[in-house]
Design a protein around this ligand. Structure first.
Ligand SMILES: [Zn+2]
Length: 268
């Protein structure tokens, strides 16, 4: 296996992985989406809400705010409190605000962390209040998994893509450049007397170039031995932490399987 970073920003990572079954990369992708624990608000105790947004909608919006921290928290199902909620498995955030003027927007940055969990981004709008309207609440965040509810999904996008392969038959190509015009990703260009692909990984395999070529000089296919993993985080964990956490989860699953097989009684 050979890994190369195709691109990285604060919230996105593009990894090129060569010589690996795409099913393996897809397992990593599915674990990132469904089985890496992150914190999210799960219970909200509303003391006062005189704004126009119903309590239920307010609680729903709070649940969807990406949270950071909570490294020391235990998953409720593994906690000694038997899922009742205690300071080992829950972290508290409070919000108390009274609008001074009309159309005041309350942002996630106003949530006060009483424990180890805090908003990953301080600029997420929660509710709009008019002058004199109040919101006072206590929110309990806990660790959870994406397969339980989307609010525990740590990624906004997580994709595995095969390596695109574009073959150009230079004998048939008359360089009319219709494909250059029509390609939605703009990855084709005429360079000198040849048609060239400028950035192959941006190809979405849509095959528009194939369809518009009057001479059938271009063919789009893929190589499933090489794949690209694109991870876009919501901010709870960094993209690198997510990939590493997914590998750990997969390792644990393999260990569990190994131990279960060892414990099987011998066939008679
Ligand atoms: Zn507990």
């Amino acid at each position: 296996m050979d890994v190369e970073v195709l691109g990285t920003t604060n919230d996105q990572l593009r990894l090129l992985v060569r010589e690996i079954e795409p099913t393996f990369m897809s397992a990593i992708r599915r674990i990132i989406m469904a089985e890496v624990p992150i914190p999210a608000i799960d219970k909200v105790y509303i003391a006062e809400n005189t704004g126009v947004l119903y309590d239920e909608m307010l609680a729903h919006r709070l649940g969807l705010i990406p949270l950071k921290g909570g490294e020391t928290l235990t998953l409720p199902e593994k906690c000694s409190c038997d899922k009742k909620g205690c300071n080992l498995c829950e972290s508290v955030l409070t919000l108390e605000v009274e609008a001074k003027e009309d159309n005041s927007i309350v942002y996630s940055g106003r949530l006060k962390a009483e424990g180890s969990v805090f908003p990953a981004n301080n600029e997420i709008p929660i509710v709009k209040l008019n002058s004199g309207q109040k919101v006072a609440l206590v929110a309990h965040a806990r660790l959870g998994l994406g397969k339980e509810h989307a609010k525990w999904q740590p990624v906004s996008a997580c994709v595995v893509k095969y390596e695109p392969v574009i073959s150009i038959d230079s004998k048939k190509c008359e360089l009319r450049a219709v494909c250059v015009e029509e390609c939605p990703k703009k990855i084709l260009a005429v360079k000198g007397k040849n048609l060239a692909v400028t950035s192959i990984w941006d190809c979405s395999l849509c095959k528009v170039c194939e369809e518009v070529c009057p001479n059938s000089a271009i063919r789009v296919s893929y190589n499933d031995r090489n794949s690209e993993l694109i991870v876009e985080t919501t901010g709870s964990l960094s993209t690198e932490e997510l990939v590493l956490a997914a590998c750990e989860v997969l390792l644990h699953k393999c260990e569990d399987l190994k131990n279960s097989i060892k414990d099987l009684p011998e066939a008679s």
